[in-house]
Design a protein. Structure first.
Length: 452
């Protein structure tokens, strides 16, 4: 995990901007500094269930639209409806409030609370109370509870409504309008500051750092003048931004080199980020660093062996293969060691971005050009299977570290994602090319606007 403090470096100024855009019509209208956005609607707002609350309800406000409950099982009802009016009551939860104190404040009896809560399993969801949460009660003219409801967040409302068979629970979900937003920033002091200026939330910033974290070392590689562009989803309900969704596409220019990422969801429903060509996923590590090998020993985190009753840790995976079989770099990276390392024998350690390291041990020898400090490409041959160091036969001992911790490389499925299937390549390009064009246009208009 990257921490935000890693994303900051010494002072200076920052230029950043945020524009909305209209992907709908493919015209790329840029509304710089204009909060009237062109919308890309991924989902229509659900008109029927939007704004479930009448606004401006306060305690004891008569609500003429609410009709008195005239349940036939209570003979007193009819007499009372003449004397009293149906009411809406609003109660805001304070610290220490429970559903019982909230019901009490609405003038409802513990019996009502009990019958409401015991009406269904789901009804209990109403009892999970947050400070500031508002409860709306609709009462009949004789003070009976007709309906209780509460907004859980911008998008969800739960309610209990009285029916002839007791209370029924309902959860209403508002489908927000999802629009796509373009944001561009130039780093002069810190990524954090420029992201803020560009209108990116912390979570989007972290998402972006994760998308590019494999290629760019956000702790050490950032430089003044680096730029980023992001197209991301923004969720809107009734004109208010209620949250952000996924990054759809992004570009990051680090020290003159531009990295591109496009989000794509494949036929199996798995989403990931791919470079503009879709040929390889930037974050991907090879599933295995040796072709034509078999796993001779798996990763084990030092659990007690059930039979031997001894702690046996194996912090890597062993691949048995014929002497001289090529070993490949699992991902793009930098060689931080290529040499003898005790019982590991001839060893290569690669650093990938800021979070990942891979280690390759017992090699017979190193491939040409593999030495400390050299850069390697994913799939590049770094050495050959051997049995140097403490080894009983030709094999590769392979370790995978995330943030300094050994993990099972075979369990890192997310990192080992395949490139886009060739059968989906056309579909991917249909998605990615307009996004790339959009960023080009947006950026061009940004630069034009910023010309002195
Ligand atoms: Zn091993």
């Amino acid at each position: 995990m990257l921490s935000l403090s890693l994303l900051v470096f010494p002072s200076g100024e920052v230029e950043a901007k945020k524009t909305f855009m209209n992907l709908d019509h493919g015209r790329g209208e840029s509304a710089t500094a204009d909060k009237t956005p062109g919308l890309l609607s991924f989902g229509e707002p659900d008109v029927d269930s939007s704004s479930p609350f009448p606004s401006g309800i306060s305690p004891n406000t008569p609500a003429s639209s609410i009709e008195a409950d005239t349940r036939s099982d209570n003979p007193l009802n009819q007499a009372q409806t003449i004397a009293l009016e149906a009411r809406s009551i609003s109660v805001t939860a304070d610290k220490g409030d429970t559903l019982s104190t909230i019901f009490q404040r609405a003038g409802l009896t513990p019996e009502t609370l009990h019958s409401a809560l015991s009406s269904s399993k789901e009804a209990r969801q109403l009892a999970q109370i947050k400070v500031g949460q508002v409860f709306e009660f609709e009462l009949s003219s004789n003070g009976d509870l007709v309906e209780a409801r509460s907004k859980l967040n911008e998008l969800e409302t739960v309610s209990l409504k009285r029916t002839p068979k007791g209370f029924t629970f309902k959860r209403d979900t508002i489908k927000p309008l999802v629009r796509s937003v373009y944001s561009h920033g130039v780093i002069n002091s810190s990524l954090f500051v420029s992201a803020k200026r560009a209108g990116l939330s912390n979570s989007l910033l972290m998402d972006m750092a994760n998308v590019f974290g494999y290629d760019i070392d956000f702790a050490q590689d950032l430089a003044k003048g680096d730029q980023f562009e992001v197209i991301y989803e923004e969720k809107v309900v009734n004109g208010r931004i209620v949250g952000t969704g996924n990054i759809l596409a992004a570009r990051f220019t680090n020290r003159g080199k531009t990295y591109t990422a496009v989000r794509y969801t494949n036929k199996q429903g798995v989403s990931g980020y791919y470079n503009a060509q879709g040929m390889s996923m930037r974050k991907a590590f090879l599933r295995t660093p040796v072709d034509f090998a078999r796993i001779s020993s798996r990763f084990s985190n030092g659990r007690k062996h059930p039979i031997l009753n001894k702690i046996r840790a194996h912090q890597g995976v062993d691949y048995a293969a014929a002497r001289g079989t090529p070993i490949k770099a699992a991902g793009d990276g930098k060689v931080i060691l290529a040499g003898r390392k005790g019982g590991y024998g001839n060893t290569v350690i690669l650093q990938h971005g800021s979070n990942y390291k891979t280690l390759y041990a017992h090699m017979q020898g190193f491939a040409k050009g593999i030495r400390s400090g050299s850069a390697v490409k994913q799939g590049q041959i770094i050495g050959y299977i051997g049995t140097t160091g403490l080894s009983t036969g030709p094999h590769l001992h392979y370790e995978f570290q995330v943030n300094g911790r050994h993990v099972d490389p075979l369990a890192q499925k997310k990192l080992m994602a395949d490139p886009i299937a060739s059968s989906e390549k056309a579909k991917f390009l249909q998605l990615s090319q307009p996004l790339m064009a959009q960023m080009d246009q947006e950026k061009a208009s940004t630069l034009a606007l910023n010309k002195p």
